[in-house]
Structures are given as structure tokens and as C-alpha cells.
Design a binder for this molecule. Structure first.
Ligand code: GDP
Length: 477
């Protein structure tokens, strides 16, 4: 493919021990040769590393095998190691060079400028990965998984991204899509023989395939909730009346004094979000202003915010102060916040401060009032009592989201939407078969389903979608 040769900084911006500039394209060796004093890169083997100097204007190639800085008017920019990769066994499948220089942003900039002067151009965001996709080395879902891998911040998201990079989702779908494609060809063949009223495609086998597809798509769609928890973390709202112990619990969980702890009711006015990692999963803990009926306007905004946070949370950890004798305000608050599918954990807090240690009794009172199932945990943040149990409960919740049918987990909104469209179109095919609709319409529905399934791997995508995906990458990737 005759494309520009592109270059970009591949390492993070800022000072580092080394920085790496990546160059890819037909002219990669020619261009780097112009500014490299060392071996002739066109003559070295693939996947080898070479010592030398980057110079601003390198017209004369040295003849010795041990390079020396030039004594002519060529300005040496840096002493470097250059790695050479021959097409097609490279990330982009094109000729590629990586220049490892002393990690100063200034040197990096200067080398890039020199490369550009000598014929390369600056890569756009994600352009290296886009080339890998365009040149057929990876499919679209794998390209996206590279972005996810770079962004992964915990063990679970790293594993899922890596599985996707290995072709996880695409493999699962492409087998089924291949079968569907066979049927579609047969149905289209029937169209050619329309007058003869023949049926090449066995309708009952097609129905079986559709059933299979529906099950597979359904389980992939189900995995999105878990995938989302992995990628974005699980939102956990921590709610309770003022002085219930929200900030203290948050601090204990995070073992850092970030939230403001105070015994003046309603001082934690703004919401605070912190990330907690438990067993490789991320939880976004949302602390909220104390909930109570109040005329104080700022406080009222806090209450509203709390309700909004619970709306967006998957888990509600409700804190009720164990030293109280009357929990009616907690009941009212809980009733206004809970909804089906919200995982509810009720923590009885400050249990070190109360005479009455019969927590089972308190649990019973809550059970009478609150109709939704919940986990009840008596805790003391100060004495670290049952804090581990609370963490285990959070971690068990995320584990419970794992779908059983498939090892592949959907983490990407675009895939989720394409899968939904696929399921809808597969259902339409099913309808078309059962209602004995015309072959033309059946063929149309089948094509639609194929397109939707093909969107995930990038077999069917428009430039706008591609542009959107790759623009989210960093430059140099
Ligand atoms: P918030 O308003 O819900 O955020 O409550 P805070 O976390 O600010 O706690 C209110 C008061 O209760 C503070 O004085 C805390 O030190 C105290 N407190 C919170 N949790 C515990 C606990 O588990 N044991 C004891 N003894 N005191 C606690």
C-alpha cells in the first residue's frame, strides 16, 4: 500500500530515562537512514537493534562499522538505539523503525522535526493501530482492545482487554456469522431460481442456527454488565444520615484521610468519589452529604445529589448508626432510595459505641420495614470490625455479574449496541422464516443481520465510525 511514512512519539510525554519514536511506512528505512549515523538500515536484518547517532543533516554515510559523531557540519542531536522491523511482521505490517533516545522531550521534538524535514509526516491519533487494522493484521475489536489495554488500571480490565486482543469476541461471533453467511448465499441462490420455487436453504436447520445465535448474542449482551464493572468500576453510593459514619468508613476503606471527618452534622457537603480496588476489581465509592430534612439550602442540594448518585449507583451501602434507638428516619430514607436491581447493603455503624450488641434483633426490625432483599453487616470503622466482610460482599457482587455461558466479556459500548442490533435483526430473520415471508424479504433480513454482526469486527463500518474509534487513541499508538 502506498501511504505516507508516519512518525510519532510512542512513549509518554515528559522526561523519562528513554523516549521512543516510532516510524512506519514504505519509506521508513530511507528516511531514518538520512538522519542516522550508523549502519545502513536497509541492509540490516529484521528485528535487530543498532547503535548510532541521529544528526540534523546526514548526507554522508560513514564507512566504518563503529559509528562516530560526525566531524562535518552535521549537528548530532542524540546518541540512540534504533530497532528495525521489516514488513510484514510489524505492528502496522509496514516497514517500521523505533528510535530510542535519551528521554528529553526537547530531543524527542527535535528528532521528530528532523524526520519530518526528511519526508515523514506526524501520525494522527491512533494512526499506527488504524494501519494495523486497514492492513488486515487485526480486526476492529482487537484495535479497540489495544486502547483498552493501554487504559487498563486493574487486573480484571487488563485480562479482558488482552482476551479481546487475542480475538475473543470476534472468534465467537465469526463462527456463527459464517454459518449464517452460508444460509444467506443459499437463500440468494433461491432468488435466482425464483420461478422454479425451489428451496436450497433448509429452513429447519436455519431455525436451529437462529436459536443458537440468539443464545450466544444473549449471553454476550448479559456479559456487558460485568464488562462495564470491569472497565468503569462499580458505582457504590454510601448513604446515611449525618454522623452515621460515612466519611469515617470511606477513610477506613481507602486507608487515607481524604474525606472530611467531622462530628458537626452535615459538614461533608460535596460528594467525593474515590476508587477502591478489591481483588482486582475497581469500585467507585461515592460519599454524599448527610441526608436529612433541612431548610439549609446547600444541604438540600446535597440531599438531591445523594438521590441522583443512588440513581446512578449499582450498589447502595446504607449506614445506620447503631447507637440510635429509633431507626424510623433511616427506614424512610431507605424506602425513598431503593429500587429493584439495586444491590443493597445495610451497615449498622459504630457498633463499638453501643451497649446493645444484639444486632440480629436490629436486622429483624430492618427486615420487617424494608421489603427488598439486603445484606446486613454490623461494622465499626474505628475498630475495623467487619470491614473485610463488607469488602468481600462488594467483590462477591461483581463476581455474581459474570455470565455463565461465555468466557468472553463485552466491555465496549459500541460492541454492545452492535450486538443489540444483531439480536434484533436475528429475531426478524426468525419472524421472516416462521411467517413464510417472501424469499426477497428473508434475504434482506439475513443481509441486515450479517451486517450488524460484521460491525463488531469491522467488516461493515463506515469511515465516521472508524474515525471516531481511532481518534480516541493517543498519538503514537
Ligand atoms: P458522616 O457525617 O456520616 O460522614 O459521619 P462521620 O464519618 O463524620 O462520623 C461522625 C462521628 O462519628 C465522628 O466523630 C466519627 O469519629 C465518629 N465515628 C464514625 N464511625 C465510628 C465508629 O465506627 N466508631 C466510633 N467510636 N466512632 C465513629
Amino acid at each position: 500500500m502506498n501511504q505516507d511514512t508516519i512518525c510519532a512519539l510512542a512513549t509518554a510525554h515528559g522526561v523519562g530515562a528513554i523516549g521512543i519514536i516510532r516510524v512506519s511506512g514504505n519509506e521508513a528505512f530511507t528516511i531514518v537512514n538520512r538522519i542516522f549515523q550508523g549502519k545502513d538500515l536497509k541492509k540490516v536484518k529484521s528485528h535487530t537493534v543498532h547503535y548510532g547517532f541521529i544528526v540534523e543533516n546526514n548526507e554522508v554515510k560513514p564507512t566504518t562499522t563503529t559509528p562516530q559523531p560526525s566531524t562535518t557540519n552535521q549537528e548530532v542531536i542524540d546518541e540512540v538505539m534504533v530497532s528495525v522491523f521489516h514488513a510484514p511482521k510489524t505492528f502496522t505490517t509496514e516497514n517500521s523503525v523505533e528510535i530510542a533516545f535519551h528521554g528529553s522531550p526537547y530531543i524527542g521534538q527535535k528528532i521528530l522535526e528532523t524526520l519530518i524535514k526528511n519526508g515523514a509526516r506526524m501520525a494522527k491519533a491512533g494512526e499506527f493501530t488504524m494501519r494495523a487494522f486497514m492492513n488486515g493484521r487485526i480486526d476492529l475489536s482487537q484495535a479497540e482492545s489495544i486502547a483498552d489495554l493501554i487504559a487498563s488500571e486493574n487486573e480484571a480490565s487488563r485480562k479482558v482487554a488482552l482476551n479481546q486482543l487475542k480475538g475473543g469476541i470476534t472468534q465467537e461471533i465469526s463462527i456463527l456469522r459464517g454459518d449464517l453467511l452460508n444460509f444467506t448465499s443459499l437463500v440468494e441462490l433461491e432468488l435466482d431460481f425464483a420461478e422454479e420455487d425451489v428451496e436450497f436453504a433448509d429452513r429447519s436447520a436455519m431455525v436451529r442456527l437462529i436459536q443458537n445465535l440468539k443464545i450466544k448474542l444473549g449471553s454476550l449482551l448479559d456479559s456487558f454488565q460485568y464488562g462495564n464493572a470491569i472497565k468503569n468500576g462499580t458505582a457504590v453510593a454510601i448513604i446515611g444520615k449525618p454522623n452515621a459514619g460515612k466519611s469515617t468508613l470511606l477513610n477506613t476503606l481507602l486507608k487515607e484521610e481524604r474525606a472530611i471527618v467531622s462530628n458537626i452534622a452535615g459538614t461533608t457537603r460535596d460528594t467525593i468519589e474515590e476508587i477502591l480496588h478489591i481483588k482486582g476489581h475497581a469500585f467507585r465509592l461515592i460519599d454524599t452529604a448527610g441526608l436529612r430534612d433541612t431548610a439549609d439550602e446547600i444541604e438540600a442540594i446535597g440531599v438531591q445529589k445523594a438521590k441522583e448518585k443512588v440513581e446512578h449507583a449499582e450498589v447502595l451501602v446504607y449506614l445506620a448508626d447503631a447507637t440510635q434507638t429509633d431507626f424510623s428516619e433511616d427506614f424512610d430514607m431507605l424506602k425513598s432510595l431503593i429500587r429493584p436491581n439495586l444491590k443493597l447493603i445495610i451497615c449498622l455503624t459504630q457498633t463499638d459505641r453501643t451497649e446493645n450488641q444484639n444486632f440480629a434483633k436490629v436486622q429483624e426490625i430492618f427486615q420487617v420495614e424494608i421489603e427488598q432483599p439486603f445484606t446486613f453487616i454490623p461494622i465499626s470503622a474505628v475498630e475495623n470490625r467487619n470491614i473485610q466482610q463488607l469488602k468481600d460482599e462488594l467483590s462477591a457482587y461483581v463476581e455474581s455479574l459474570k455470565s455463565e455461558g461465555s468466557n468472553v466479556v463485552i466491555t465496549n459500548q459500541r460492541h454492545y449496541e452492535a450486538l443489540q442490533r444483531s439480536l434484533e435483526s436475528v429475531e426478524k430473520v426468525e419472524e421472516a422464516i416462521s411467517s413464510q415471508i417472501t424469499t426477497e424479504l428473508l434475504a434482506y433480513e439475513l443481509r441486515n443481520a450479517l451486517e450488524n454482526l460484521g460491525e463488531i469486527s469491522g467488516e461493515f463500518t463506515n469511515d465516521e465510525v472508524l474515525g471516531n474509534i481511532f481518534s480516541k487513541f493517543c498519538i503514537g499508538k
